[in-house]
Write a protein that binds this ligand. Structure first.
Ligand SMILES: [Cu+2]
Length: 131
């Protein structure tokens, strides 16, 4: 073979090897991105769970008025009203004042229905069902 033919052949071989390395690199990068997306989506799935057990207090009412949780879950009461309220269990299990724009939380470990009210406003009542 002529010298030019050898050089051309070597260039082709090097190009093919380079292409394989490039493709392997791109493929690896794509796989990593997919893993990142999986991790992100599992994170975003976890996040709503932590804010799920929230009861908003607004317009002199607990919203939702009835909430079902699992034993051991924490319920957060957020007061969006311009006045102070209390979150007081009928069975005296908890009695928490909650200021305007403040929040309080309680962890309920025992299954059953917990009735609660606001001491300042007799019409404000709600229940938490612990399963
Ligand atoms: Cu109140």
């Amino acid at each position: 073979m002529k010298r030019n033919t050898w050089i051309t052949l070597i260039i082709i071989i090097l190009t093919v090897i380079g292409l394989f390395i490039f493709l392997a690199f791109v493929d690896n990068k794509t796989t990593n991105n997919t893993n990142d997306q999986k991790n992100n989506s599992s994170l975003s799935q976890d996040q709503p769970v932590t804010t799920k057990n929230q009861i908003n207090i607004s317009n002199l009412a607990f919203n939702p008025n009835s909430l079902t949780i699992k034993a051991g879950d924490t319920v957060v009461f957020k007061n969006s009203d311009p006045v102070a309220h209390t979150v007081t269990a009928d069975n005296k299990e908890f009695d928490m004042p909650v200021n305007s724009n403040g929040s309080v939380s309680v962890t309920l470990d025992e299954t059953g229905t917990v009735k609660y009210r606001c001491n300042n406003h007799p019409t404000m009542t709600g229940i938490v069902v612990v399963q």
